[in-house]
Design a protein around this ligand. Structure first.
Ligand code: SF4
Ligand code: SF4
Length: 74
C-alpha cells in the first residue's frame, strides 16, 4: 500500500512535468514581450529568454504573445 502511494505520486509528477513545459527557441529576439505575460514568473531574461520548466504551468499565454513564434511546447 505504501509503495503504491509512492508510485502514484511519482507518476503524477512525471505526467505533470511532461505536460507543463513550454520552451523558448532560438527564434527569440529578446524583445521582452513574454516576460510580463507569464502569470507565474517562469520566464527569465537573457540573450535569448528562457522558461523554467519547473515553474511553468503550461498556460500558453507567452506563446500567444510572442511576436516571433519563438515559444513552443516542449
Ligand atoms: S516574446 Fe518571443 S521574441 Fe520576445 S523575448 Fe519572449 S520569446 Fe523572445
Ligand atoms: S506557458 Fe504560461 S506559465 Fe509557462 S512560461 Fe508561458 S506564460 Fe508562463
Amino acid at each position: 500500500m505504501y509503495h503504491s502511494k509512492i508510485y502514484l505520486c511519482t507518476k503524477f509528477l512525471t505526467n505533470k512535468k511532461g505536460i507543463m513545459a513550454y520552451k523558448i527557441t532560438d527564434k527569440c529576439v529578446a524583445c521582452g514581450t513574454c516576460i510580463d505575460e507569464c502569470p507565474v514568473g517562469a520566464i527569465s531574461e537573457g540573450s535569448i529568454y528562457s522558461i523554467d520548466p519547473d515553474t511553468c504551468v503550461s498556460c500558453g499565454t507567452c506563446a500567444g504573445a510572442c511576436p516571433n513564434d519563438a515559444i513552443v511546447e516542449d
